[in-house]
Design a protein. Sequence first.
Lengths: 393, 393
Amino acid sequence: MDIKGFQFSAVEAAIKKPGRKDLALIFSEVPAAACAVFTTNAVKAAPVLLSAEHITSGTAQALVVNSGNANACTGEQGMVVARDTVRLVAEKLGISDKTVQVSSTGVIGVQMPTERLLDAIPGLIEGLSSGTLDDVAEAIMTTDTFPKMEARSGQAGGISYTVAGIAKGAGMIMPNMATMLSFIITDASVEPAVLEKAFRRAVDTSFNAITVDGDTSTNDTCLIMANGMAENPVISNGSPEAHDFEQLLNNVLLSLAKQIVKDGEGATKFVEVRLTGAASDADAKRAAMAIANSSLVKTAFFGQDANWGRIFAAVGYSGIEVDQSRLSLQFDDVCMARNGVFAGGDAEARGTEVLRKKEFTVTVDLGLGSGRATVYTSDLSHEYVSINADYRT
Amino acid sequence: MDIKGFQFSAVEAAIKKPGRKDLALIFSEVPAAACAVFTTNAVKAAPVLLSAEHITSGTAQALVVNSGNANACTGEQGMVVARDTVRLVAEKLGISDKTVQVSSTGVIGVQMPTERLLDAIPGLIEGLSSGTLDDVAEAIMTTDTFPKMEARSGQAGGISYTVAGIAKGAGMIMPNMATMLSFIITDASVEPAVLEKAFRRAVDTSFNAITVDGDTSTNDTCLIMANGMAENPVISNGSPEAHDFEQLLNNVLLSLAKQIVKDGEGATKFVEVRLTGAASDADAKRAAMAIANSSLVKTAFFGQDANWGRIFAAVGYSGIEVDQSRLSLQFDDVCMARNGVFAGGDAEARGTEVLRKKEFTVTVDLGLGSGRATVYTSDLSHEYVSINADYRT
């Protein structure tokens, strides 16, 4: 991956259990156009509050992020450590505090080990000479079982540029306007208006369309930095290049979002839930999320049980307009139910076949209008319960 | 239990697996004042549609109920079997179709074994001479591990009367205006207006305040029948007796609702979630339900992990007004957090002690106003996953 003007570093600051890197830095050699979306949770972590304040400048040059401690529900002491971290990073890099974004992920309600964190920063800065984006992707993992990365290249005015992103997920995943943590960097030169529009649209159909357990975190953050160092002609609003850029960004974010679902805590299935024929797109999204968050539907997926009635029940309680005599349902291309009732024939056997696969699609048509939405989810397994019953031990 | 003028029966109609009664009847010797609340799910079972039509008369004399098949998502064929069942029961009892309520619980989307059901009805009617309410409570069980009953006696004008109720629950439990199935009978003579007001209030603070898995069923029904055969002076609106009756009814419904939660699928904990200090009662209810439905909170309860941060996160994403610096939280009488941050001291050890108990209270104070609500929930265990992964097999 060749992405110009970004440097990376990750070190072990002993915030998590020993032996794993837990503090990382992304640095752009020049100030980058930036925007970010943060959790809609009313309980917001200290780094979220501080980063939201900093991003209003529209510029970012560095991101410092730790795993192992969310710095959430930590009050004024949490704000102090977030500010001190930013100040030290800015000072060592010789940039302004306001251009430093800060992010945390991990356990909620425990004070950050301030001294260990601050002591690790000089080493973190030194590491910039040799680190990679892969190191950062690894350092932000908590219960994730694999690092999540995606990179795509595009062209503008005959000049190549790259969009790369990393993410972490696993639990407390039903982002609303942002995901747990995802950082996107590009060396493309892009008008801020184009960047923001493309970014917000891409977030909406990727991170805002996934759910693992229906819990929206206190720390969700998705940040993009565009430093322009590919030196392409600036991508301007309404141009074909802006359209290409948006498409490319979409693909990167969707890939990361799907990786988060596939690595959902205890996940054994990756399920694409498609809602069509709704009275509106908003109705479709609401019903799709009701299906994707239903414990009964998710345990049936885990059990490979073609229990389609639970899916109709979830649609029914989602609060949208429904005419039960018009409902139909497919597992992949197997029609399980039409006109609200079982399709008959060998549907049960064929539907069960589909559910044995690791990835499949559930399509529900409401037969009412042209509203549609797609969301991505995992199943609910024994492993999910084990992981979350013992998370802090 | 002495409840005048009601007869009961339960038989095996081979709707469920062999060896268990699955068809039951409650019969009042005289027409009873009746009201009912049904599921708010837009996908409604056939018996719900038919019973809702019948209850508009304000009178019921019989209830026929089966377990093992929900008769939901069964289209016109489902309506036909519900109507035929009612017609046959009415004919054999010599009463009007309109005074027969019908209810079903079990798997969704499978057609009812009509012949076996109708063939069992003559035997069901014969059984009225010897059956008990206990028999009915057992026959309506699905994944329930114990029958749910409650009875209380009151007095009006020096005459004793009894209110008795049964319920079934276990899974797909987050009733909204009704629970899975609950039937209340009383021999009290009560003005219909008193009956309805007391009933709706009691449902609101009992069945509408519990959740096992956040899934609202297609079949939820709560029915009350008051046949007046205690021959007490009629309980009239605004009287002290009306107040007593309402209190009594409340206690019966709350007891049944708590039994449902205690027998929630895989439940190892019974948790009372109290929300206080909210801007409104509605806000309090919404936040309490967000806590009670959070998979992360429920798995932490199962793991006996005093992970209070997840509870604040759930309050934060519930969509209500929150000031995180004012939040406080207790497990029973142990303060875990105040002013939004960890309470310190030995709170962790003492909080963990509380969570080791089978029953405990979680109290969250928002510090904003006087709105309050209480909901009841269970934990999320391995057993829940096992039961629901294999429900139909």
